[in-house]
Design a protein around this ligand. Structure first.
Ligand code: ADP
Ligand code: ZN
Length: 759
């Protein structure tokens, strides 16, 4: 029998335990393995190990995680040393920091997910673990080319800028290796120009460090803050460089300079030599953000989201782990990068529901950012013009610092909002815009200003109906209607992506020319506007019609330049884009989010969305106006939107949620049972309800059929558990799960802690 040291290894798979592996180099030391072959391992090291019949990459974990059986009892591991396998080798990768490992444990525990799945998220950069090929770039020889062209001059301006400070000397020094493409894009020339400069002797080929990028400088270009911004910026600096966990809620009206102000927190963290992360809810916002960041800090941050290519992912992952990458901007998944020394996390548009991940590990990135901050001793800034009730309450109760910006930088007031009562001023038949709205748009155009029409519905019409037999065209796999996308000539399902060519005859009764679109989507509003204002140029912002970031940039450009007169858009327009020339905002269907859906945050979300949309108007000093088409002008949410009185709205919401012990005053957990056969699915859902542990604090309701009863052919039933804040819901759920029969066959049970989706 061999005696040896073992280490616990966690693998990025659907398992909630570590496995012990032998470390052979050490075990064989006695038998005289030579020094060079000795394998020394420390927690965080990435290793290759045999697993089943495969080899896999895992991490030497900082503690043993014991397997737990279905009753929640720890299974004693039967260790047969002769069967124990050995670590194959250690990878040449920066180790996973201890903070990351602790964070993984926390997230797994909280979301009731196997910690292996959280590790998998942390390792989502496959090529980072492959053998790294040397990359070649260029560095400056110090020799200015004898023949100068305008393009070459641009490169020289990058290498030898005027008034070079310490950083620029680095950029121009022969120690600094540029990737050819980075240098070319920085100088705005083609890589051919770079090649030419190599031939001319100004640049020389050189091997690059794993990652080579210009570093942001905290004081590159500071704005002049005014009035209330000064104090806020000062507090931001403090959060950025304090080296302590603290959370600031940056609560400022749209256009108040939140971004400029939280850049000071970034400057603080960079000054302290630490890394920063900025989370954005939407990748379409990154380009605009990258430019602003570069203006302020002199270099772009690394950007991380699902559309980043494998090679780039690997470089960023390694750079973050080694500490070379100082600033990352990204989608929620960027929270799981292996920061060597993260000093600050900014969560921009913190109220945005896009921060909740709805698959696999179901976490909320804003909440986990706060957790990550507390584990890693770093500052967290949550920024929004319409903070979530959760964050407002945390600020009120003193857990977060509340930093407010009440005035818009360019002085303009928030637009005055007016209701258009659709009962009193209905649109003409077959139209969706009230005469009052049409007049408002016409007036705006006559004054050579921009108008925005907002409708949170993609496509042409949400429903297609047969006039002859009354059939509504449904998705064959989901319990939902197909949405008419005239532009694409197809009806499509927004839940599963099913597409159907727009039929000529009714699929049910075969009647010809009998299908009529019902209700409006943005495409239909666009059609109506074209008929009403044939001369006006439109810019449409809807994810279907703007297929990628480049296309989005082009549309935004027509808006910024004033080329577009009328903007028509879905919720994309609510998210942080600047529309400097916009004067009038028209909300086509103000009631859309208010119809009950069992979602405790429905009112809050509608308020936030409409408030954000109307805040797009009048940002640059033009006086803004807002109009809301509604059938319920007296509804409290509508009244709050119209009066712009956020405090009043929040006070009402707080009261309502307190009464119902809804978040943030209580905890919610959703359990969703899905399966192919309806009766079996329902039966299991009932069984789940029956086995709920008795508790006078936790209330379980359901099962009920989900509002979206079928998705992709799977029937869905929901249960909801509700409890006061002081209850340990994870503990309760573990007990519950331990009492459940395992779902058989293709039945699935999903547990969603703090659900945001109630469909
Ligand atoms: P918010 O994020 O609160 O909507 P932004 O940070 O986007 O606001 O600022 C709105 C506009 O005002 C931007 O064009 C920004 O550059 C400008 N701005 C805000 N504060 C300043 C400042 N102190 N100096 C110069 N420009 C500013
Ligand atoms: Zn479908």
């Amino acid at each position: 029998m061999r005696l040896g040291k073992t280490v616990p290894i966690l693998l990025p798979v659907l398992l909630n335990q570590t496995y012990d592996y032998l470390v052979e180099g050490e075990a064989d030391l006695l038998s005289g393995v030579n020094e060079a072959e000795k394998l020394t391992l420390a927690p965080g090291d990435f290793v290759r190990v045999p697993f089943g019949r495969q080899e896999r990459i895992g991490v030497v974990w900082f503690e043993e995680i014991e397997p737990v059986d279905e009753h929640g009892e720890i299974k004693s591991k039967v260790v047969d040393p002769s069967k124990m396998k050995a670590v194959i080798d250690k990878l040449d990768v920066p180790p996973l920091p201890l903070v990351s490992m602790k964070f993984a444990m926390w997230v797994a525990n909280y979301t009731l997910s196997p910690v292996g799945m959280v590790l998998k998220m942390m390792m989502s950069a496959r090529q980072a673990f492959a053998v790294q090929k040397p990359r070649f770039g260029v560095s400056f020889t110090g020799q200015v080319p004898s023949r100068m062209t305008p393009a070459r001059q641009k490169v020289m301006d990058v290498l030898l800028p005027d008034g070079a400070d310490a950083h620029d000397e680095i950029a121009g020094s022969s120690d600094y290796v540029w990737s050819k493409s980075n240098l070319a894009s920085e100088a705005e020339v083609t890589t051919g120009v770079i090649d030419g400069l190599v031939k001319a002797g100004a640049l020389v080929q050189a091997e690059m460090a794993a990652l080579s990028m210009a570093q942001p400088r905290p004081n590159h270009q500071q704005p002049d803050f005014k009035e209330e911004q000064i104090k806020a910026a000062h507090r931001m600096r403090g959060i950025g460089n304090s080296r302590q966990f603290q959370v600031g809620l940056l609560d400022g009206v749209t256009g108040s300079g939140k971004t400029e102000v939280y850049f000071e927190a970034i400057a603080g963290a960079l000054d302290a030599g630490r890394q920063v992360l900025v989370l954005l809810p939407e990748i379409s916002l990154t380009n605009q953000f990258l430019d602003r960041f570069k203006e302020r800090f002199g270099a772009k941050p690394a950007s991380w989201h699902s559309a980043i290519g494998e090679g780039e992912r690997a470089r960023i992952w390694r750079g973050v782990a080694s500490g070379e990458v100082k600033a990352v901007i990204g989608a929620r998944s960027a929270l799981f990068l292996p920061y060597q020394d993260l000093g600050l996390i900014i969560v921009d548009e913190e109220h945005d529901a896009g921060y909740k991940q709805e698959t696999n590990v179901m976490y909320h990135a804003r909440d986990m950012a706060v957790v990550r901050g507390s584990i890693g001793g770093c500052g967290v800034v949550l920024a929004s013009a319409t903070p979530s009730l959760e964050s407002l309450i945390n600020a009120e109760q003193g857990r977060y610092a509340h930093i407010k910006l009440r005035t818009r930088y360019y002085g303009a007031e928030l637009p005055e909002m007016m209701a258009i009562d659709m009962k009193k001023h209905p649109p003409d038949k077959g139209r969706w815009l009230s005469p009052l709205m049409v007049t408002a748009v016409a007036k705006t155009l006559a004054e050579k200003q921009q108008a925005l029409l907002f409708l949170n519905r993609r496509g042409y019409a949400p429903l297609t109906l047969c006039r002859t037999c009354g059939y509504r065209i449904e998705c064959p796999q989901c319990s939902s209607w197909l949405v008419d996308h005239k532009h694409k000539g197809a009806l499509s399902c927004h839940h599963c992506g099913f597409k159907l060519h727009r039929p000529e005859a009714c699929p049910k009764c075969d009647a010809k020319d009998s299908l009529v679109p019902c209700g409006p989507g943005v495409e239909r509003i666009s059609e109506e506007v074209r008929e009403l204002f044939p001369e006006a140029r439109q810019a449409i912002l809807s994810s279907d019609l703007v297929p990628n970031i480049t296309a989005l940039r082009e549309v935004l450009e027509t808006i910024h330049s004033g080329e577009a007169n009328i903007i028509i858009g879905t919720q994309i327009v609510a998210k942080g884009h600047n529309f400097p020339l916009l004067a009038t905002v028209g909300i086509v269907d103000g009631d859309l989010g208010l119809q009950g859906s069992g979602d405790p945050r429905a009112a809050e979300r509608t308020f936030q969305l409409l408030h954000q949309v109307s805040g797009r108007a009048g940002r640059m000093g033009t006086e803004g106006r807002g109009f809301v088409q509604t059938y319920m002008p007296d509804h409290p949410v509508m009244a709050a939107i119209l009066s712009g009185d956020r405090d009043e709205f929040v006070a009402r919401e707080v009261q309502a949620r307190q009464m119902l012990t809804y978040p943030p005053f209580g905890r919610l957990v959703a359990l969703i049972v899905t399966g192919k056969e309806r009766p079996i699915t329902e039966l299991y859902a009932r069984e789940v309800a029956k086995r709920a542990p008795r508790s006078d604090k936790v209330k379980v309701v359901g099962p009920v059929e989900a509002p979206l009863a079928v998705i992709r052919g799977r029937h869905r039933f929901r249960l909801l558990a509700k409890a006061p804040r002081d209850i340990d819901m994870q503990q309760y759920l573990r007990h519950w799960q331990a009492r459940l029969p395992k779902p058989q066959g293709e039945l699935r049970l999903t547990v969603d802690i703090d659900p945001y989706n109630f469909l």
